[in-house]
Design a protein around this ligand. Structure first.
Ligand code: BTN
Length: 326
């Protein structure tokens, strides 16, 4: 009920009487009064005026279960949502929940991670009070070959979510990273449980550097945050909601059409290396070419010197710019 009260007060932007809250949520005056008291304890500023009711004054950024729940304006992505102050890893928690039957759309968010996981067995630095770490659970009915599309759709959603939330011009570094001015601001890690051709679940983990002001010297030249790029605080809750909204839209299109074809143009517009020379780090041998965007299978098309196009599959290779990461 607390999230619903918050959502109503935010939407109204004016005083809402205790009576209206009671009627709306079918609870007693005491229950409303208690909920308001608990929200105040969580840090919300509630002005209470006799004969007028309650007014929500949003004077600082709050981040937690009720903030996220009260803002989530999606149909299924982000419902239900579980917020933790601390977790080893949201991907790990999501897998445990998925095993226990959590439904598609369930979102696990943590303020910090003690064992954040990156790709290729690396760790993901996850300090408290500053960045975003979340994992979305999906229970697809499509075959395993299409599972890699989920990362592409999430990349699209994060790049657009960042643009919408703070205006920073973020781009996709196919297939797993989001970059701004050539530096990584977000990493994604999809993991799945498969039996023969049947996907039990996919957990789609996303880490975005939002408020981080400094990075360790080893990654400082390659990493950035929204704070560094925009020069101001960016709402973590606002960004998660925008990403979920966008992901839900793209995932619904993908499911309905059975392919990412309708989204290719937008994806390729946001591709950071499009029409630029790249190095393809293929275990069978490195080669160079011009990146020409992805095809409907999610493969990156790289034009070789002789004009032929090679479709590069994400699982096997990494792609770099000629002079470095992008
Ligand atoms: C990478 O670029 O190496 C991928 C990083 C993925 C990090 C996110 S943070 C939320 C989720 N939980 C994890 O343990 N990892 C992913």
């Amino acid at each position: 009920m607390k999230s619903k009260i918050l959502a109503l007060l935010r939407e109204r932007g004016d005083y809402v009487s205790g009576q209206e809250l009671c009627e709306r949520f079918g609870v007693s005056r005491t229950a409303v009064w208690k909920a308001i008291g608990q929200l105040k304890k969580e840090g919300y500023c509630m002005e209470a005026v006799q004969n007028k009711g309650y007014l929500l004054v949003e004077d600082k950024e709050l981040y937690g279960q009720h903030e996220l729940e009260s803002r989530m304006n999606t149909k299924w992505a982000g419902h239900p949502l579980f917020f933790y102050d601390e977790l080893p890893s949201t991907n790990l928690q999501a897998k445990l929940d998925a095993e226990k039957g959590a439904r598609e759309g369930t979102l696990i968010v943590a303020d910090m991670q003690t064992a954040g996981r990156g790709r290729k067995g690396r760790s993901w630095s996850s300090p408290a009070g500053t960045n975003i770490y979340f994992t979305l659970i999906l229970k697809p009915e499509y075959s395993v070959e299409r599972a890699s599309m989920v990362t592409l759709l999430m990349g699209l959603a994060v790049a657009e979510g960042i643009r919408e939330t703070c205006g920073a011009e973020s781009f996709i570094k196919w297939p797993n990273d989001i970059v701004i001015h050539g530096k990584k601001v977000c990493g994604m890690l999809a993991e799945m449980s498969v039996e023969r051709e049947f996907i039990h679940y996919i957990v789609m983990g996303v880490g975005v550097n939002v408020g981080q002001q400094e990075f360790v010297p080893e990654i400082a030249s390659m990493a950035t945050s929204l704070w560094q790029e925009c020069g101001r605080k960016v709402s973590r809750a606002g960004l998660i909601v925008n990403v979920m909204k966008s992901f839900e839209h793209y995932y619904d299109v993908f499911q309905r059409e059975g392919s990412i074809s309708p989204l290719l143009q937008r994806y390729n517009e946001l591709l950071v290396n499009r029409d630029r020379e790249v190095r393809v780090l293929d275990p069978k041998g490195e080669f160079r070419g011009i990146s020409r965007g992805i095809n409907e299978n999610g493969e990156l098309l790289v034009e070789r010197e002789d004009g032929t196009l090679t479709a590069v599959y994400a699982g096997e290779v990494s792609v770099r710019g000629i002079y470095g990461y992008v």
